[in-house]
Design a protein around this ligand. Structure first.
Ligand code: HPA
Length: 270
């Protein structure tokens, strides 16, 4: 595993002109941010040794190096989901590579279903904690101390500093933001009404099929994490609302300028 990470990192270092400290993983239908990146250098996943190739509709797979908010960044357009059939080491491989090329801040976005009755479709939820319900853990198996500790403390996984900055940016720009707990569930089915209810009862504000594995591995690599969910559909107690992939993409699409603004301003300040 260490060899694979190093091989991929060395390839990127040999072809990339910049040395970003921040990476942004873009979720379903949340690729609009890339239009704001300047001095772009794009590398399709097919060209990157050891990289899996993304399969799901709404995701085109490439790494984009460039500048956003005046800072060098790496954007990952198209992530690897567990439901596509990748094991957790593959799902989180890009985060290992990010760390190996010197990245220490990770921004993550996703589309998620809302369960908190105060939320509405189109809301942005700043993730302040998560519940991991994936059936496989990304740190399962041999632990390489070069990558992180065996038993990882998960307090303060979502940077309080970034959360505070993001809330201030949102307030200054009249953007309503919610805060809450993201439940990571394997998918690919959306939840049954009983599952939404259960996820709400156990403490979830939103549910989605990504983010948690990448965040765990980022934390393992001692990265500072900022993560947001775009609420693309809602479940209310007793009022389950049907959801389709198209609706999720549409809601994500209309909310993404707000997310882009928050991330861009955050970059300016770090
Ligand atoms: N559940 C799981 N994943 C999702 C949802 C949902 O309701 N909406 C968008 N991604």
């Amino acid at each position: 595993m260490l060899e694979l990470i190093n091989e991929t990192a060395n390839y990127l270092k040999s072809v990339v002109k910049s040395a970003p400290k921040t990476a942004i993983i873009l979720g379903s239908g949340l690729g609009e941010l890339v239009n704001h990146i300047e001095d772009k250098q794009e590398i399709p996943y097919e060209q990157i040794p050891n990289f899996p190739v993304s399969t799901v509709e709404g995701h085109s797979g490439k790494l984009i190096f460039g500048k956003l908010g005046g800072k060098e960044i790496l954007a990952m357009q198209g992530r690897f989901h567990y439901y596509e059939g990748y094991d957790m080491k593959k799902v989180t491989f890009p985060v290992r590579v990010m760390k190996a090329i010197g990245i220490n801040n990770l921004f993550v976005s996703n589309a998620a279903g809302g369960m908190n009755p105060d939320f509405v479709v189109g809301d942005i939820m700043l993730i302040n904690d998560h519940i991991n319900l994936f059936p496989e853990h990304p740190l399962r198996g041999k632990n390489y101390k070069e990558l992180g500790v065996r038993f990882l403390d998960m307090h303060d996984t979502y940077s309080k500093k970034f959360l505070k900055m993001a809330e201030e940016i949102a307030a200054a720009n009249n953007i309503k933001v919610q805060k809450g707990v993201y439940i990571g569930s394997q998918g690919p089915t959306f939840e049954t009404p009983a599952e939404y209810k259960y996820f709400h009862i156990i403490g979830g504000d939103a549910v989605g099929m990504s983010t948690v594995p990448e965040v765990i591995v980022a934390k393992h690599g001692d990265m500072e994490v900022f993560a947001v969910s775009i609420i693309t559909d809602m479940w209310y107690d007793g009022k389950p609302v049907e959801v389709s992939h198209e609706e999720v993409l549409e809601a994500a699409n209309s909310a993404q300028p707000k997310m882009t603004l928050i991330m861009k301003e955050l970059l300016k300040q770090i």
